[in-house]
Design a protein around this ligand. Structure first.
Ligand SMILES: C[S@@+](CC[C@H](N)C(=O)[O-])C[C@H]1O[C@@H](n2cnc3c(N)ncnc32)[C@H](O)[C@@H]1O
Length: 285
């Protein structure tokens, strides 16, 4: 995909799905979240390359991505209340606007993505004393030194709709890297089980792009077994959101989610949003 002089790779193109989801949401009279910057970016990208965002119109996944973003936002707000001078690291940030929605005026932010995405991101956002973009793969180790050298903890790592595109050994490497370099940190991630992975060619949004999910994870509790000391603090499906988030949603959304819950669709129930606490490896006696 060409944009504003930038070529976006296959997995990188997926950032346009949640971006469009937030832009569409922003136009609604009663939205789950507001994101005027997303609308501006969609307009700019459409003008620059005439990208066919309409292919995603009306897809249930747009709504799903907005709910996922709302939960990650909530976790980060909670973290920043507890640690106002903490550090948030957005892994695979895409054109997300989490900083615009949740920053507290004190925290440090790092926004990491592959080089072509950061090149595009730099046409919309600028680094500041508290906010810095990093062009790197999350699987490379160098970015961790930039973060550790640039900010004190505690750290919150947000990997929204990123890790499922890696294969399992890569995900294990990323989890190990964060745990070893930033012991005690929080990691928010999403996992897709077989109900999603095995049907992704007919998935409403993924079928419209080339990227495919690599990491199938039927149960995020498995990550506790990957490393001793890892704790799964929370895990939700879109139909079992925390009550305080569900209660804050517009009534029509609550009805939609209640109806979705009753259908028990494996493509919905096999997709989980989880919050982990990572510790450095506990040495075995
Ligand atoms: C579905 S988008 C999500 C973007 C953003 N987190 C959001 O919710 O709007 C997936 C993002 O993961 C990024 N990504 C994929 N593999 C990556 C890697 N190895 N290192 C860093 N970012 C990666 C892509 O470039 C893309 O921006």
């Amino acid at each position: 995909m060409t944009d504003r002089g930038v070529q976006l790779g296959t997995v990188q193109e997926t950032l346009l799905i949640p971006l469009y989801g937030r832009a569409v949401e922003n136009r609604k009279p009663e939205p789950a979240l507001r994101d005027p910057r997303a609308e501006e970016m969609v307009e700019a990208i459409t003008e620059a390359i005439d990208y066919d965002f309409a292919r995603f119109d009306g897809l249930p996944s747009l709504f799903g991505s907005v709910l996922r973003t709302s939960l990650f936002d909530r976790w980060i707000r909670d973290f920043l209340v507890a640690h106002p001078d903490g550090t948030v690291v957005e892994i695979g940030t895409g054109l997300n606007t989490r900083y615009e929605r949740t920053d507290n005026g004190r925290a440090r932010w790092f926004e990491l993505d592959l080089p072509d995405v950061i090149e595009l991101r730099r046409t919309f956002f600028t680094d500041t004393a508290r906010r810095q973009m990093i062009a790197a793969s999350v699987t490379a180790e160098e970015w961790a030194a930039d973060v550790a050298g640039g900010a004190d903890g505690p750290y919150f790592f947000s990997a929204e709709a990123v890790l499922p595109y890696l294969d399992e050994p890569e995900v294990r490497h990323v989890v190990d890297l964060i745990a070893e370099r930033f012991p005690g940190s929080l990691l928010a991630l999403d996992t897709a089980g077989p109900g999603v992975v095995d049907t992704q060619d007919t998935h409403d949004a993924l079928s419209k792009v080339e990227a495919r999910i690599q990491w199938s994870c039927p149960d995020p509790a498995a990550l506790e077994r990957w490393r001793p000391g890892t704790r799964l603090l929370a895990s939700h499906t879109l139909t079992t959101l925390p009550p305080e988030l569900y209660d804050s949603l517009p009534g029509a959304y609550q009805e939609m989610l209640t109806s979705l819950a009753a259908q028990r669709l494996s493509k919905v129930e096999d997709y989980r949003l989880s919050l982990l606490r990572l510790t450095s490896r506990i040495s075995q006696p």
